[in-house]
Design a protein around this ligand. Structure first.
Ligand SMILES: [Zn+2]
Length: 463
């Protein structure tokens, strides 16, 4: 992200069953469940203009990590109508205050075995409870309605307002959206258009991802949208969408995307990781942009501004497709691995385009980081919600810059490429990054990196 400005069970089962969430997130306790691992979500909505409620369903495929007589999903909904597990009706209880749906399957789930859950529910875009851990800091609409349509902003812990899920950044899954809309409306979501069928006055769009993505970058937009198609490096299909009322002015910025992809591939030393890319320009997005997987989201006004105004934010969100999305963070305490890379490569890009010297970019970041660390906390141990969303950008970037200055450009580039390739389609932690640094450099740099990531004070500016 970038700121811009069961009922009766035998005793054995009860001993090993699990209904509660596991405390895996230091800042967002209660979020997620480590008792199972999700492989895919297939979400369906029927959209009706002027109504916030949408008939909805989600089909989840997952694997039990332990015996489960019951399990929870993160969820907020107007109503849950029915739940089946492996085709059999299950008991269910929705608690919107706790943001949990508890499911008791007819037959307990066994460790290592796959299971399917089907939930029919009523989604309601007027249900916007604030983040339970930091209600005073949750200043965004997450169901973002604008101009007769809507889009999603789930980062870091609000995507379960959209559909029941395991809302942990480490539990990646393939996501598809099947959305029916009336005439004149389009729907677009992560991944590739799989089908588009019109029946009577309604059209049903199905979009899905080829690869697993973290839940916080799930995206679906409905509205009056105009599509820009193109081709990127190696024939990569590009598709971007913008609010149709702004489409006429969007051409120059849309034309930048193939060149940006080429630059980022060369800088990171690895091909773009997903099956498609594009940008989404919509309303209701104020003061931020979001790295929605395969479809970075911006305010439509940013995408219609002249390219001479700078395209650093486009680079930032594109780099997140590598770091943050393809390599996701194991916990929110590792968010600097996502934001730090997005900011670092933005600095490198601006330097390569003669816009600003890398050292100046990094000195500004270091100065900001030194001043803000007492407020946000160190990048690996931020103090609050704003820290997760925005506080790890400069500190993470300067940490990477410090390593580059210490080890030299070539060794640093090998670290980056190795880390990306090793953790692509997986989740990585700070320790995972340190292990790659040590392995590639042949040095013991654990305490050096830890001072940057966890220290109470920002280390001196490199060099
Ligand atoms: Zn970011």
């Amino acid at each position: 992200m970038k700121k811009l400005g069961l009922t009766a069970l035998c005793g054995v089962m009860l001993f090993t069953s699990s209904t509660t969430a596991h405390a895996t997130e230091r800042l967002l306790p209660g979020l997620g469940n480590t008792g199972y691992d999700v492989q895919s979500y297939a979400v369906a909505y029927d959209y009706y203009p002027g109504k916030t409620q949408m008939p909805a369903s989600v089909d989840i495929t997952a694997r039990a990590e332990q015996t489960l007589s019951s399990f929870t999903l993160d969820a907020v909904a107007r109503q849950v109508k029915s739940v089946t597990v492996n085709g059999l009706a299950a008991d269910q209880q929705l608690d919107n205050a706790k943001e949990k749906l508890t499911v008791r399957p007819r037959i307990p789930l066994l460790p290592g075995l796959p299971f399917q859950v089907r939930i029919t529910f009523v989604a309601d875009r007027s249900l916007e409870p604030r983040s339970p851990s930091f209600p005073e800091q949750d200043n965004f609409d997450h169901w973002t309605d604008w101009n007769g349509g809507f889009e999603l902003m789930g980062q870091p812990n609000r995507s379960h307002l959209f559909f029941p899920m395991n809302d942990l950044p480490s539990d990646k899954a393939r996501v598809s959206f099947r959305v029916s809309v009336p005439k004149g409306y389009q729907a677009v979501a992560n991944g590739t258009l799989r089908s588009e069928r019109t029946k009577g006055a309604r059209t049903t769009y199905v979009f899905g991802t080829r690869d697993p993505i973290p839940t916080h970058v799930a995206q679906l937009a409905v509205g009056h949208l105009t599509e820009f198609k193109g081709t990127g490096p190696h024939g990569l299909p590009l598709r971007s969408f913008i609010d149709s009322s702004k489409a006429k002015q969007a051409g120059p910025r849309m034309a930048l995307v193939p060149g940006q992809l080429k630059w980022v591939e060369q800088a990171i030393g690895a091909p773009y990781p997903f099956e498609t890319y594009g940008v989404l320009g919509v309303g209701g997005v104020t003061g931020y942009a979001l790295e929605s997987a395969t479809l970075s989201m911006f305010n439509a006004d940013y995408l219609t501004a002249p390219p001479s105004d700078g395209d650093g934010t486009m680079i930032h969100e594109l780099v997140h497709q590598y770091f943050g999305n393809a390599v996701s963070v194991k916990s929110w305490d590792d968010m600097w691995l996502s934001e730090g890379h997005a900011a670092y490569y933005t600095g490198l890009y601006q330097d390569s385009k003669g816009q600003r010297k890398l050292v100046d970019f990094m000195r500004d970041a270091w100065q900001f980081e030194s001043g803000e660390r007492p407020k946000y906390g160190p990048p690996g141990r931020v103090t609050d919600l704003n820290g997760i969303l925005f506080g790890t950008n400069p500190g993470g970037a300067v940490t990477l810059y410090a390593l580059r200055q210490k080890l030299g450009v070539q060794t640093f580039q090998t670290i980056e490429k190795t880390f990306f390739e090793r953790y692509r389609n997986k989740a990585a932690s700070t320790q995972d990054y340190i292990d790659v640094v040590n392995e590639v450099s042949g040095q013991e740099l654990k305490s050096y990196v830890k001072a940057w990531i966890y220290g109470a004070k920002t280390p001196p500016f490199p060099g």
